[in-house]
Design a binder for this molecule. Sequence first.
Ligand code: GDD
Ligand code: MN
Length: 409
Amino acid sequence: MSSTQTSDLIPVPSGQLNIADVSNESPEAVDCPVWFSLVVPTYNEGKNVEHLVAVLSHLLNEAVGDDYELIIVDDDSPDGTWKEALALTNAYPRLRVMRREHERGLSTAVIRGWQVARGEVLGVIDGDLQHPPETLVQLLKAMRDGADLAVASRHIEGGGVSDWSLIRRFLSRGAQLLGLVICPAVVGRVTDPMSGYFMVRRSAIANISLDPLGYKILLEVLGRGRIDHVAEVGYVFQKRQEGESKVTWRQYIDYIGHLVKLRSRGRISRFREQFPFARFFRFGVVGFSGVFVDIAVFYLLRFHLGLNIFRSTALSAEVAVINNFLWNDLWTFGDISRKQPGQRQRLLRFLKFNFICLMGIVLQGLIVSLGHDVFGINEVISKLLAIAIVTLWNFWVNLKLSWRVTQVK
Ligand code: GDD
Ligand code: MN
């Protein structure tokens, strides 16, 4: 390998899998923008690469003139795919080649390619000619017509698989069905969520930290991108002519792991957005104040007024409940209380609050004995656990019941 060849390789981006806005790109990209960047991930596709580049270049020259670039991202293939590709760059000036030596995997290869891309529309196609290049024309049209994402699909009109065994069809559909169960919001958005042949608008995935697992980069784009308008184009998955597939059982496991990850991410962020943290904090402060009220009043009743232990406990607890209610009504839920004015409304809130607190005490007793007697957890830990659970319960039920905003017509 000569040194000029090596210097012609695109440097591999490192760090986060984050795609920049065009404006933040390298000076080179700003000086030399194109409309469309097509990434081809390859691993041991040496026998396919020349034909592939020829076909894609011919097709794209016709479709978009010279407003495109082809980016081959090769994971240091033992068969030297990257070298073959590099040798083609003289004949095909729109071709760029990246050789990754320290990172592996189809999905991250695609993202690394998009990171150095200059286009406004980013695409991906397999490097083994199983994705018919002609479909690019329809995908490009869909993007021109304003789609955020255009997916080549085997499962709509005009789509299909050429010679798949019954078992492979069954596995593929089974995986799709399983995906629908795990993460319907992602998998249900397109007819062919496993497709590795699609285009996406840069703006839809720019400045988002992508973190894919395994083979299915489309899941990541659907799960994390800002995708409104989706278009689909049918295609027939071709028979592999040269080389072999890299799919193993590992990809099925990664696929499930990827979906679980996307699903929990959505959950956590939704929880963060929706849970009223500030209100819960105020509720906690008020509850804490109640503990001191409770103990002080208990002390007073028991040792200064000489009431018996049961009465002292019950009365002091009730005084604490009243204390908590007043502060919660004024402060924690003050904004809601003000929308329900009048003494009658306030009394109603108080009665509900009281009732919920009472149930909380019963619940606490149940949790403590469950934790201690059934699961054998230490008594004090059981008690702390019960307090934590009941505090949450109290907060949530009071929010939904006592201070519920009643819709007035
Ligand atoms: N850079 C890189 N790194 N490329 C890889 C890697 C990798 O680790 N693994 C696979 N590739 C490349 C292959 O060289 C090929 O160009 C493309 O990714 C697809 O890999 P195949 O192994 O040929 O996959 P397939 O044909 O079995 O699976 C395809 O199934 C879908 C339909 O179910 C997927 O690749 C999808 O793209 C396709 O739509
Ligand atoms: Mn293939």
